[in-house]
Design a protein around this ligand. Sequence first.
Ligand SMILES: Nc1nc2c(ncn2[C@@H]2O[C@H](COP(=O)(O)OP(=O)(O)OP(=O)(O)O)[C@@H](O)[C@H]2O)c(=O)[nH]1
Ligand SMILES: [Mg+2]
Length: 223
Amino acid sequence: MDKYKVIEVKESVFANNDADAARLRQELKQEKTFLLNLMSSPGAGKTTLLKKTIEALSGSVRIGIMEADIDSDVDAAAISETGARSIQLHTGGMCHLDADMTRQGIRELGSEDLDVVVLENVGNLVCPAEFDTGAVRNVMILSVPEGHDKPLKYPLIFKVCDVLLINKTDVLPYFDFDMEKVAEYAHMRNPKLKIFPVSAKTGEGIDAWCDWLREEADKWNQV
Ligand SMILES: Nc1nc2c(ncn2[C@@H]2O[C@H](COP(=O)(O)OP(=O)(O)OP(=O)(O)O)[C@@H](O)[C@H]2O)c(=O)[nH]1
Ligand SMILES: [Mg+2]
């Protein structure tokens, strides 16, 4: 048997995605599953960060991953190497997931025995931010090579996220990336945004990020 399924998810027939997303959150609350929506531009490090996160949480949190892409199954293959349950979702060319597409993925993944499910959204800083997936929390990654001005150029994604992970801090010496400026610009968009600098390559900062994730999941999943 294959280690992971690949499924085509179809755009929702519901006119009101926000109402459907609220319904999905209630369904997940009842079965005590915490859904996290992870967004970033292509290549910022979502899959690499998830591999490190799975490793750090192994033994204490039951975690499953949904990898969404327009095509290919490279990310689900990479995650399945960790031993975590994973599924590849194909969006049929669309650069976002709505709540019902997310629900289709969750049903195929099987979530009742999982504490946390992470949706790795399609790599894009614009479209995914426009759709509520039904996730309990939204998290984005901005990587050092992309530059500290991105909160000025792509406001919505910074507004809808709870956490900003600044990834690839190991390459900071090679880029003119200003940590203070990125925090200032990001907080102009969203004063409540929590910021964690991390390196998915070296593991720096991963513990603080995983502590946040564990706490949020515990809060959601308790009776
Ligand atoms: N130096 C460095 N490289 C990293 C880090 N995290 C990821 N990378 C590299 O960045 C590239 C892209 O990483 P991925 O994890 O595939 O990024 P992604 O966001 O999942 O990409 P898509 O799914 O295509 O959108 C790979 O070559 C990774 O090895 C990091 O912390 N430091
Ligand atoms: Mg990826």
